[in-house]
Ligand binder design. Structure first.
Ligand code: NZQ
Ligand code: ZN
Length: 414
């Protein structure tokens, strides 16, 4: 078990109707004047924004507003928010009302307001962040885990890039989590969220480091919870209990607890190659939903890299899907036309688990191929050029990959 340094300062106010208690929670965090950031209108249509405003009014918290954060948010709105704070001043927190795209825009504004130059410098790594305003969140979609994560992911359309910035300064102070707010989600977004949260656990589980039972059982339990709640929510979108389980799973999947002890010393707590490869898809086409991209990339990566650490995949197969390699000593092997070596039995079990996972993704309405996302073989060189800029020529800890390996993975998913 490797050393770790885990900081999770977020207060979670969770449950039915908590949206109407946002004002008290924000005031309780010591924030008297906030900048509300929201997306492209869902919170207006659902009435969530009005409820948040009313709650802030009741608590005596004043606010400015900035709407329009789009999925895979562009840096331009963050820049606008920073300008707004510079001209208005006196704001002591940024309040995100929405999903990962809104929260990440809010995080970028919170960082940019405390940095003298252009906020993109922090994402291009030209400068390191030193301070940030506090961020509060009212979460409307369980997916990114941004309500408690140390990450902020921003696109730059002008440069054709999408970059993540990881710092504990990004961790929100407060997350109001009202599962009832998520019943209005389109099924596609609910499904993409399920895949994103499962991916956050898997990026850490497959870090390439040896087993850490306390973290591994937690991780596999989170994946099972996401699968179970995901199936229930797709069958009945109004199932409160399933919505609530999904919401909390999404947070635990990405606040860092699912990676403790699995981090490679001196690096992040996980491999994160699939996220890197997916971010290039949504940098190329911002209409690609992050979780849908991951639904294609993750199984393709798994099929390519599993021989580097079959033991991790065998644990995954057993703990998540109850799949064990066949054992010639006890199992009936009459269906097999050739000798079943232990290696063959393990490979079959691992492939069956990856098939099961991908089958689950597809059953939620997610794509199996890049083609379904509009990506063709002609796009791969551009994806690799982006990957080289954001990840370099070698990346990954489960198995170190080159850009040619990434090409092979993209091609296998076409
Ligand atoms: O923009 P509005 O109108 O609000 O609509 C949104 C958007 O179209 C809609 N939506 C959200 N809540 C809703 C709702 N519609 C109806 N009812 C509701 N209750 O759903 C759509 C997707 O929203 P978005 O915020 O983009 O989703 P998500 O939470 O999946 O965030 C995706 C972004 O987060 C980044 C992704 O790369 C992507 O840019 N990530 C951020 C991470 C982090 N900061 O820790 C980690 C992740 O790995 C991820 O990279
Ligand atoms: Zn993600």
């Amino acid at each position: 078990m490797n050393d770790f340094n885990f900081y999770s300062p977020t207060r979670f106010v969770f449950g039915r109707g908590t949206c109407d208690r946002t004002g008290d929670a924000v005031a309780g965090a010591g924030h008297r004047r906030v900048l509300i950031v929201y997306g492209q209108g869902s919170v207006v249509r659902t009435g969530t924004l009005d409820r948040v405003r009313a709650s802030l009014d009741r608590a005596g918290v004043t606010y400015l507003e900035l709407g329009g954060a789009r999925p895979n948010p562009d840096v331009s709105l963050a820049r606008e928010g920073v300008e707004l704070l510079r001209s208005e001043g006196n704001v002591d927190a940024v309040l995100a009302v929405g999903g990962g795209s809104v929260i990440d825009t809010a995080k970028a504004i919170a960082l940019g307001a405390c940095y003298a130059g252009d906020v993109w410098d922090l994402f291009s790594k030209r400068a390191a962040p030193e301070r940030a305003l506090p961020v509060d969140v009212v979460l409307t979609i369980p997916a990114s885990g941004s309500e408690a994560s140390d990450s902020c992911v921003l696109s730059n359309d002008e440069l054709g890039m999408k970059c993540g910035l990881n710092t504990d300064l990004n961790r929100p102070v407060l997350a109001v989590m009202d599962p009832e707010l998520t019943v209005t989600l389109p099924a596609y977004q609910t499904a993409a969220g399920v895949i994103d949260m499962i991916s956050h656990v898997m990026e850490r589980f497959f870090s390439g480091e040896p087993a850490v039972p306390v973290t591994d059982y937690l991780a596999c339990g989170l994946i099972r919870a996401a699968i179970e709640a995901g199936e229930r929510v797709m069958a009945d979108p109004r199932d409160y209990d399933a919505r609530a389980n999904l919401m909390w799973t999404g947070t635990l999947a990405h606040n860092g607890i699912a990676g403790c002890g699995l981090g490679v010393p001196g690096k992040r707590d996980g491999d994160w190659t699939c996220h890197g490869m997916e971010h290039e898809l949504s940098a190329l086409d911002p209409k690609i939903t992050h979780g849908a991209g991951l639904a294609v990339i993750f199984p393709a990566w798994m099929r390519y890299v599993w021989p580097a650490h079959p033991e991790r995949f065998l644990t995954f197969a057993r703990e998540v899907f109850g799949i064990e390699p066949v054992d010639p000593a006890v199992d009936d092997l009459s269906d097999f036309d050739e000798e079943v070596t232990p290696e063959r039995a393990q490979a079959d079990a691992i492939t069956a688990a990856i098939d099961e996972l991908q089958g689950f993704f597809v059953s939620l309405g997610m794509p199996r191929t890049l083609g379904e996302l509009g990506i063709t073989a002609d796009d791969i060189d551009r994806l690799l050029a982006g990957l080289k800029q954001t990840r370099g020529e070698r990346f990954g800890t489960f198995r170190e990959l080159t850009l040619e390996d990434a090409r092979a993975i993209y091609e296998s998913a076409l």
